[in-house]
Ligand binder design. Structure first.
Ligand code: UD1
Ligand code: MG
Length: 453
């Protein structure tokens, strides 16, 4: 099969410099949703018609299985499909999709393909209570005879509630002939793809229709209002799928998944959480309110407290993280690690049963098991030019407000006194302190305010 995706329109009503089809829905360009659905149908040719917004569309979305054809100027949907003609294999049917209709399912498209076969013209149609703006499906004795656009329709035709979703499949050899005969003598002066329907009828080719499972599958995006509405539809669908799998969502209207969220059994997610990229939550994971989790896996029974932010991290089982914790790329936590409030971890491995519970920065570090990192500890990993590693071995105890000037190593079971600025390795099993001796200054008095004359 050939698939052509029309994506050349400018989307004036988006009020944006970004081409319409690149606006994100669930964190991904509208057009990428359509491309991903098209890929599920394994087409031999997948051609995107672009135009408005110049080369941004092919530059951003280029992939080995995609062909691009430029349509300039944009003279209508029929003219758009004409740009793909040289790329289309005559011996396979051609399916036409819209780059601004992101939520059509592969199942609904497959139903249309099945009914159209290789020799019929198939149209995905839908009944609408308010069909304003859409092309109407004109039938005689039940059979489709043509499509009439809103602006060309008579009063009787405007009353028709069955509309063209725009998604059409046609035998390619005939499609090429029909396209070559299109004219633009209509209310909009455009080459309408929809005029191929009357050509098919004239050529004695059967015209058939299929309906999608849901009307929202056919909704397009023309404005930020419609984009926001479709985002809600999509998030509602994702939330319901999670509920069906047994995930507890405290409020299914207050979760956003921008990517793939994979959950084990008895996962519970409180309100306001955002999941981006690939996130995996193992059995029994509990996520409290307002967490943002990006490309991360979380082990069984781990509890993420409110307002935590993870990016490209691996969190083990039975951990307690947050509130207000930040795990940056390269963080790998083993089991039963505790990371508390205002603790930032970057590019560091922390082994089992270790804790950093308060106000700490751990960067470029390897931390052993059962290590306690006291409040206010900072790894000084950056000298202004290079990054260096900090190694803290098993059972070490890092006193509060310590600075570890990397590269540096704290030996197994070592203790660092509070306030230490460690610039040389600390030996295993011993107390190391770098503080100056405490003195009390006799006779010292607080300064007094000098009166201004
Ligand atoms: C089109 C259909 C109409 C259908 C409606 C469904 C035609 C003539 N009409 O109308 O029957 O009910 O879609 O939404 O086909 N595009 C291009 N190049 C162009 C013109 C459009 O790539 O020159 C793309 C647009 O970016 C968009 C799609 O084609 O993705 C549809 O174009 P649009 O102008 O929205 O068509 P409608 O007038 O809504
Ligand atoms: Mg439209």
């Amino acid at each position: 099969m050939n698939i052509v995706i029309l994506a050349a329109g400018m989307g004036k009503r988006m009020q944006s410099a970004l081409p319409k089809v690149l606006h994100p829905l669930a964190g991904k360009p509208l057009l990428s949703h359509v491309i991903d659905t098209a890929r599920q149908l394994s087409p031999s040719t997948l051609c995107v018609i672009y135009g408005h917004g110049g080369e941004q569309v092919p530059q951003l979305l280029q992939a080995p299985d995609l062909a691009f054809a430029k349509q300039e100027p944009q003279l209508g949907t029929g003219h758009a499909v004409m740009q793909a003609v040289p790329q289309l294999d005559d011996d396979a049917p051609t399916l036409i999709l819209y780059g601004d209709v992101p939520l059509t399912t592969a199942a609904s498209l497959q139903r249309l393909l099945d009914i159209a076969g290789t020799d019929k013209l198939g149209i995905l149609t839908v009944e609408m209570d308010n069909p304003t703006g859409y092309g109407r499906i004109v039938r005689e004795h039940g059979s489709i005879t043509r499509i009439v656009e809103q602006k060309d329709a008579s009063a009787d035709e405007l009353a028709i509630r069955e509309v063209n979703t725009g998604i059409i499949v046609a035998p390619t050899r005939l499609l090429k002939v029909w396209l070559s005969t299109l004219s633009n003598s209509n209310a909009q002066g455009e080459y309408y793809l929809t005029d191929i329907v009357a050509s098919a009828v004239a050529d004695g080719v059967a015209v058939v229709s299929a309906q999608p499972d849901h009307v929202w599958e056919t909704h397009g995006v023309n404005s930020k209002v419609q984009l926001a509405e479709l985002e809600r539809v999509h998030q509602h669908n994702i939330a319901h799928a999670l509920l069906e799998q047994g995930v507890t969502l405290v409020d299914p209207a207050r979760i956003d998944v921008r990517g793939t969220l994979t959950c084990g059994r008895d996962v519970s997610i409180d309100v306001g959480c955002v999941f981006e990229g690939n996130v995996t939550l193992a059995d029994g994971v509990r996520i409290d309110a307002y967490c943002v989790i990006h490309n991360t896996t979380v082990g069984t029974q781990t509890h993420i407290r409110p307002y935590s932010h993870f990016e490209n991290a691996v969190v083990g089982a039975d951990c307690i993280i947050g509130p207000y914790a930040r795990l940056r790329p390269g963080t790998v936590l083993a089991e039963d690690v505790h990371i508390g409030n205002f603790v930032e971890v970057k590019n560091s491995e922390i082994a089992a049963h270790s804790k950093a519970n308060h106000l700490t920065y751990i960067g470029d570090s390897t931390i052993g098991s059962r290590v306690n990192v006291g409040a206010g500890t900072i790894t000084c990993n950056y000298d202004g030019v290079n990054k260096s590693r900090t190694i803290i071995e098993d059972d070490a105890f890092i006193g509060s407000a310590t600075q570890l000037v990397a590269p540096i190593r704290v030996g197994q079971g070592a203790t660092l006194g509070a306030g230490t600025t460690l610039t040389r390795d600390a030996p295993a099993g011993k107390l190391t302190v770098s503080r100056a001796k405490q003195v009390t200054v006799e006779g010292w008095q607080r300064p007094v305010k000098i009166k201004k004359s």
